[in-house]
Structures are given as C-alpha cells and as structure tokens.
Design a protein around this ligand. Structure first.
Ligand SMILES: NC(=O)C1=CN([C@@H]2O[C@H](COP(=O)(O)OP(=O)(O)OC[C@H]3O[C@@H](n4cnc5c(N)ncnc54)[C@H](OP(=O)(O)O)[C@@H]3O)[C@@H](O)[C@H]2O)[C@@H](O)CC1
Ligand SMILES: [K+]
Length: 526
C-alpha cells in the first residue's frame, strides 16, 4: 500500500522516530538536505560535473533548516552559494538554528527582506522557504522566490505556497513557487497529487530518510489491481461473474448507457442487460450484439425484473433523463434484493432538489460517481466550502470534502477529476492521481464518465466490494486512456481494456510498480 501523508501524520512519524531514541531531529534534517542534493545531481547530472552557482532561499522554520544543510553540502562541492533568509535567525527552531550557525561558519546569510534576488542568474535555485508548515499565502519579500529565473528550481518537500494537505496554492494560484523538481521525504504528501500540486511540483522524488515504516496513513494512492482478482475461473458459468442491468433513457439518448454497458461487459460481468423504455427498444436492438436487452418501462417492470436474483448490480444515470431517474432510482434502492448500484449523471442530478431523499435510500452497496458539477448539486455546502478561496493552511481539501460526502450519503463516493478521490462512509480514502507518470489528458472527452460508471457496475456485478470496485475502475479507466493515447474517444476505452488487463502486473510486481508509476522514487544515502 502506498501511503500518502498529511503534514500532521508526517510530523507524528518524525516524533515517533525521535522519541524512540534512534535518531535526532538534526539527523533527519541532515538526511533531508543530503537527499535533496543527491536528487538534484540525479536529475541534472551536468551539475555534478563542475562547481556551479546556487541561491538557497531559507524560510523561518525547519524547511529553512533543510536549506542551510543543502547550502553547506553544495559549498562542500565547491559551489558558489548565496543564502537568503526570510525571517529572524534568532527565532529559527533549534535544529534549523544549528544548521544556520553551521552555515555561518562557511558563508554569509543575506536577509531576503533587504537583498533582492530578482533577476539573479544562478544554475540552481533551492526553494526552502516553506514546507509542511505553510499557514498563509506567500506575501511581500517571500514572494521573490516566485519570479526566479534560475534554469532549475528544486523545491524542498513542497513548492513554497502550496498547501501540503490540500494541494491548493494559498492565495491566488500564481502564489506558489513553480519547481522543476520537488524532493519530499519518506512518503508523498496529499498536496503533491491533489488540486494544483502536479502543476507546481514538476517531478516529485520521494527520498528515503530512514524513518521506520509505520501503520499506514489514512489515505492511500490507488494501486494497480491484482491481475488475479480480474481473471475468470476456468469452471465458472457466465452468471458466476454476475449480471449487470444498465438502464437507458428514451430514443435518441441511449448512447451513454450503451457505452456503460459495453464497459461493464468488457470488465468481466458475465451478462449485461440494457433496460430500455419502449421508445428506445428498436434503437438499442439495432446497436447491440453481446449485450442483452430488456424492456423496462416503469417502476413496476423494473421491480419485477429485480426479483431475478441473478441480477447482481445496476447502473443508473448515464443518458437516463432526470424524470426516469427520479421514478426508477427509488425502486432499485428500496428493492428487497438490495443489488449493488452505481449512480451517475442524471441519477444524481435528479435529486438536486431533494438530496436528503436520496441519502435516505442509499445503502452500503451503492457507489456515487459525480463530477464536480453533480457533486455540487447533491452536496452544495461541501462544494461551496471546497470552492472558497484557500487563505489558511491547512486548507479544506478534496479528500475532506469527499469523505464528508461519503459519510452523509452513507455509501462510497468517487469524485472525479485529474485527482479522483474515492471515500467510504467509514473514512477509508484513496486517491487516483492522473498526474506525473500517469497523466491521462485524453480522458477529457465526452462519454468517458459513462465508461467509468460501467466499469464500476461491471465490477460490482462480479462481486467486488464498492470501495474496491471504485478504485479498480478508476485505475483501469486511467490506464486505458494512457494505453490508447492521443485521439482517444470514449468508445475506445472498453476496446483497449483487454490489452490493459493482459498487461496487469501480478502481485509481486505490483508493490514495486506502484511507487514508480506515479512518482519517481529516489533512495539517497542517509
Ligand atoms: N517532519 C519531518 O519529519 C521532517 C521535516 N523536515 C522539514 O521540516 C519542514 C517542516 O518544518 P516546520 O514545521 O517548521 O514548517 P515550515 O514549512 O518550515 O514553516 C513554518 C514556519 O513558517 C511560518 N509561516 C508559515 N506560513 C507563512 C507565510 N505564508 N509567511 C510567512 N511565514 C509563514 C510559520 O510561522 P507561524 O505560522 O508560526 O507564524 C513558521 O515559522 C518540512 O517541510 C521539511 O522540509 C525535514 O527536516 C526532515 C524531517
Ligand atoms: K519549499
């Protein structure tokens, strides 16, 4: 499991290590500084060839302390290093103060408030202004780092201005350092993958500073699924892999549900049936082959259909129309057979006026897959809080918002985006970040969300628990987009899935691929 930490969790890990007596805060700071220097040389090998020039911007906390270590190590390599402190040396925390004083034995410290670094030409700028302790937007002289012209900017832990827990830049979005390389310690932080994080971090390297592994953080990065979990048993009957029922809208609006149905079938549901109103029967019949068709006219016919115990999951919403959704969603959610259900698109919008009615019906076998707009319709107060300007760190995050929504809804919520967050009512939470090595910009295409809903439905039909179904669907969806690449349209996603499934790593390979797939991993000497 690749854990991804909040600032508080990271501090707790540091504290446990220090209290165990095996390491001091000063040791950790030394390792952090050394890890940054090693990562810089790994990223830009040309800088290790001959001594260069660097500007190191140090802040008033321990992030600044790391900066003083880096300055000392670069100087030891023969570099010409300018150190600029934002703050009062007398008020530095103890470990940072010690490293400040060590540096002072080798060079001078400029006061960032007095010495302008605007336009300074250096080979490397080290941003050690703020890390996990950022509380407010960068302002005044602290902003000088933003306009640096160095060819290479390395951020220590986080680009200054970026909130570690939310990935939101405090203030306006231009209020953060834009790094080419970010070197963080022990584990990635939420801010590296959420919101603005990927846009300002550049490449992210996770450096091992020899902190002992501990029980996982509260949030995980979605891992590649285990190939075994998606195979089909040699002896199983088609109904052994479940039967998904996908409801369509009327004539002319059945495309979205057909996309979802094909996705459910491709991901391995044994049988997939499209439930159509009479007006759409001919249209759908003319389009399908492996998919089944059943007339679902109204609540009564749907209720009767659900008495077939072989139907293990439903997908409602894509292209369904809000009126039909308002009629049929309660029938499914109230049905005594309690099949698993994914609700998307119109099935969410249909309850914009009365979200509490929907929440009263949802159960733990449900998954909601809203995009930002649908989320705001169901959870307007949560969405408003998330949309409010981030002025204080730690800022309210998409992780907190999705967790709050899942708790309120009483089921798994998958909030889509480049940073897809999936949360369960018990607080379990995972992020699928389509960023860094897993960026999938081609997913911004009509119908991609319908395919995701279909993937979730197919997995639910196969018996995956809701959280696992949502995580697995999100990962495979992103992987299909990456595998197809430019020119992708939604129809391509289910078609490329077999290739993606064939390439899935087995359990042993998963552990090592997880980290490298998303973030570059460095393991500098300690
Ligand atoms: N944890 C670990 O295991 C390890 C941690 N390590 C390193 O420590 C870093 C965390 O250090 P940290 O906690 O001292 O916080 P940091 O980011 O330096 O800033 C705090 C200071 O900034 C100030 N301040 C905040 N915002 C401001 C603003 N906008 N404008 C002006 N001032 C502002 C704030 O002031 P205050 O809010 O108290 O007024 C306080 O003085 C971490 O990122 C990593 O690099 C490593 O050494 C190895 C192991
Ligand atoms: K920083």
């Amino acid at each position: 499991m690749l854990e991804i930490l909040t600032a508080t969790e990271m501090r707790a890990r540091e504290q446990v290590a220090i209290e165990s007596g095996g390491v001091t805060g000063l040791d950790l700071m030394e390792r952090a500084g050394r890890a940054v220097v090693d990562a810089v040389f790994a990223e830009w090998p040309e800088l290790a060839q001959t001594p260069q020039t660097a500007a190191v911007l140090c802040g008033p906390g321990n992030n600044g302390g790391d900066g003083f270590v880096i300055a000392r190590l670069l100087k030891a390599w023969g570099w010409e290093v300018g150190v600029y402190l934002y703050g009062d040396p007398e008020r530095l925390p103890p470990d940072a103060r010690i490293n400040h004083d060590r540096w002072c034995a080798m060079g001078s410290v400029h006061d960032l408030a007095q010495a302008s670094v605007e336009g300074l030409k250096v080979a490397l700028m080290v941003d050690a202004l703020f890390g996990t302790g950022l509380r407010r937007p960068l302002e005044g002289v602290a902003q000088q780092g933003l306009n640096q012209v160095a060819a290479r900017v390395v951020a220590v832990d986080l680009p200054s201005g970026l909130c570690s827990d939310s990935g939101r830049v405090l203030g306006t979005v231009s209020n953060a350092v834009r790094a080419a390389l970010t070197v963080t310690f022990h584990a990635p932080k939420l801010g590296h993958v959420l919101a603005d994080g990927p846009a300002v971090c550049g490449r992210v390297m996770v450096a091992d500073i020899a902190l002992a592994a501990q029980a996982g953080g509260a949030v995980r990065l979605v891992a590649p699924p285990d190939a075994q979990s998606l195979t089909k048993a040699e002896t199983a009957h088609k109904f052994g892999h479940g039967h998904a029922l996908i409801l369509t809208g009327g004539a002319g609006t059945t495309g979205a549900a057909r996309l979802a149905a094909r996705a459910a079938l491709r991901i391995g549901a044994g049988v997939v049936t499209l439930g159509v109103p009479p007006s759409a029967q001919m249209e759908v019949a003319a389009q399908i082959t492996a998919l089944m068709l059943r007339r679902i006219e109204d609540g009564k016919t749907l209720y009767a259909a659900l008495t077939d115990k072989r139907i293990t999951a439903l997908c409602l919403g894509p292209g369904m129309g809000t009126a039909r959704a308002r009629d049929l969603v309660p029938v499914v959610l109230r049905h005594e057979s309690a099949p698993r259900v994914v609700l998307d698109a119109d099935a969410l919008t249909a309850f914009a006026d009365a979200p509490e009615t929907l929440f009263g019906l949802l159960h733990e076998g449900c998954v909601l897959t809203p995009h930002g707009g649908e989320f705001a319709r169901l959870f307007p107060d949560i969405a408003a809080r998330l949309a409010a300007p981030a002025t204080q760190g730690p800022a309210y995050s998409k992780v907190e918002a999705t967790r709050e929504a899942a708790k309120r809804a009483g089921c798994v919520v998958l909030l889509k985006g480049a940073d897809t967050v999936i949360a369960a009512p018990d607080g379990a939470c995972a992020i699928h970040a389509a960023a860094y090595g897993r960026a999938a910009p081609w997913l911004a295409t009509a119908g991609a969300g319908d395919v995701l809903a279909g993937f979730v439905a197919g997995l639910l039909a196969r018996g995956f628990p809701p959280m696992q179904a949502a995580e697995t669907a999100a990962w495979l969806h992103g992987e299909c987009a990456r595998c197809f690449g430019p020119g992708l349209i939604a129809e391509d996603l289910p078609e490329v899935l077999p290739k993606v499934l064939r390439a899935l790593p087995d359990q042993a390979a998963r552990a090592s691929s997880r980290m490298s797939a998303l973030l570059a991993n460095s393991n500098p000497s300690t």
